[in-house]
Design a binder for this molecule. Structure first.
Ligand code: NAD
Ligand code: UGA
Length: 465
């Protein structure tokens, strides 16, 4: 079966870039991305392609090439479902904030709404593709809803999890390590798998397109994120030991990373991992394991989150300890708010939790991030509910100028590894700060020796001075 029309429900960080790249690589396939969020769709359609709602290096150019040709963004969900032979579901699947499984299970209400909408609207057979990250066995829920409420049509459910990382989404999509497609092992299931394989095969070498049964595919996505996050928590746990033993975590990471069985990636000690998925997906894995009564398995993975929370708290406490055990009324300059460089995404960013801890100690905070808006910063803090929105605005300010943010501060804290921080005039920053001037480098980004030569007191992650 040759796919001619694709619909994607959800125009977020995954749906937008993924569909833009499919449209770019397959000019003969019409790709329509739909969303209930009108503002988001309007932004994707903005005449000025630099105003699209997701900042990713190279993404504007991809959208500019395909938009209006075979890539469309719309709020007319029914129409797009009706017309497409293949429907990707790429809606949010956050951690539940209520009821059974609160704080751990994935909230699947948006997924279910999509399934019910597809069942209501569809007039012909459809291939429904899980692009969102989902608990293992969700495909059976989708199948159940579609077959019981659909119009007697044939629905094939595929799992095609997305492995892109933010900040490198376009590169990851253009040149993925692998594409994973899981489906039923029946004749129809295999045909559906082949239809999707043929879409990716336009630009992804066949040996990088892995096909599995649907459950393996669903579980592999949670597993991949759990393994990646586990590496970060492992190196972060050792960063604390390094700080007590004069070992240097960067040297340890290099030493173990050259072992080809371990490999050098994801060994960068930091203030803690953030992002919308690592925590959510591990919590989900923990919840699923507990549901099956597998308590040792659950406890094992939960430790990755416990360690990450500890690392964020430890960073905030280190700032307080070095500022003579009080930050009350003191100005701390934050460089970075996004959860990693080259993205405007702040979901679960370590910066939010470090700020919250310091604000509880009555510090003042000034924030500069090259891509994050003031509105987003306040929305992140207000969401925590630790203090009133007015208090947050009294204690924290966001600025467009990094030098202004650092001026008059007791300490600078680097929360995101933006490249531009490295090329700042650090002498000028030092001159404008209160003394002793501290730098807490939560990313081991800056040149420690050069900063020390200027006169800064430098506190890195995982090494002593
Ligand atoms: P997002 O919140 O940026 O986007 C989801 C979009 O879906 C929103 O715009 C929302 O309005 C829309 N939506 C929700 N319900 C809808 C409905 N019924 N009809 C139409 N639109 C609806 O989320 P995201 O970051 O793109 O993540 C989507 C999924 O992909 C999640 O399951 C996530 O775990 C997974 N994932 C994310 C990343 C990432 O880097 N962000 C990477 C891999 C996988
Ligand atoms: C991650 C995975 O890398 C993707 O494969 C996956 O598709 C995605 O989650 C998802 O499912 O959402 P992402 O969260 O965008 O991608 O970014 P990462 O590069 O994985 O970084 C996650 C966090 O870990 C960031 O806060 C980053 O700063 C931190 N990190 C990463 C470290 O602290 N040290 C490292 O060595 C690597």
């Amino acid at each position: 079966m040759k796919i001619q029309k694709i619909c994607c429900i959800g125009a977020g960080y995954v749906g937008g870039p993924t569909m833009a790249v499919i449209a770019k690589q397959c000019p003969d396939i019409t790709v329509t991305v739909v969303d209930i969020n009108e503002a988001r769709i309007a932004a994707w359609n903005d005449e000025n392609v630099d105003n699209i709602p997701v900042y990713e290096p190279g993404l504007s150019a991809v959208v500019a090439e395909a938009r209006g040709r075979n890539l469309f963004f719309s709020t007319d969900v029914d129409k797009a479902i009706d017309e497409a032979e293949m429907i990707f579901i790429s809606v949010n699947t956050p951690t539940k904030t209520y009821g059974e499984g609160k704080g751990q299970a994935a909230d699947l209400k948006w997924i279910e709404l999509c399934a019910r909408q597809i069942a209501r609207v569809a007039q012909g057979d459809k291939i429904v593709v899980e692009k969102s990250t989902l608990p293992v066995r969700t495909a059976s829920t989708l199948k159940d809803i579609l077959t019981h409420t659909g119009n007697g049509l044939n629905f094939q459910i595929l799992s095609n999890p997305e492995f892109l990382a933010e900040g490198t989404a376009v590169d990851d999509l253009m040149n993925p390590d692998r594409v994973l497609i899981g489906g039923d092992q029946t004749e129809e299931g295999k045909n559906a798998i082949e239809a999707l394989v043929n879409v990716y095969a336009r630009w992804v070498p066949k040996d990088r397109i892995l096909t599995t049964n649907v459950w393996s595919s669903e579980l592999s996505k949670l597993t991949a994120n759990a393994y990646l996050a586990q590496r970060v928590s492992s190196i972060n746990s050792l960063s604390e030991l390094c700080e007590h033993t004069e070992a240097d975590v960067n040297e340890v990471a290099r030493a173990i990373g050259t072992d080809s069985r371990i490999g050098p990636k994801f060994l960068k000690a930091s203030v803690g991992f953030g992002g919308s998925c690592f925590q959510k997906d591990i919590l989900n894995l923990v919840y699923i394991s507990r549901t099956y009564g597998l308590h040792e398995v659950a406890d094992y993975w939960e430790q990755v989150i416990i360690m990450n929370d500890h690392q964020k708290r430890r960073f905030a406490k280190k700032i307080i300890r070095n500022l003579y055990n009080t930050v009350s009324g003191k100005k701390i300059a934050f460089l970075g708010w996004a959860f990693k460089k080259d993205t405007n995404d702040t979901r679960e960013s370590a910066a939010i939790y470090v700020a919250d801890h310091l604000l509880n100690e009555q510090s003042k905070i000034a924030v500069y991030d090259p891509k994050v808006t003031e509105k987003q910063i306040f929305s992140d803090l207000d969401y925590l509910g630790s203090r009133s929105p007015e208090e947050n605005r009294k204690q924290l300010q966001a600025e467009k100028d990094p030098y202004k943010v650092c001026k008059g501060s007791h300490a600078v804290a680097v929360l995101t590894e933006w490249d531009e921080f490295k090329s700042y005039d650090w002498q000028k920053i030092y001159d404008s700060m209160l003394k002793p001037a501290h730098i807490f480098d939560g990313r081991n980004l800056l040149d420690k020796e050069a900063l020390k030569a200027i006169g800064f007191q430098v506190h890195a992650i995982g090494s002593t001075n």
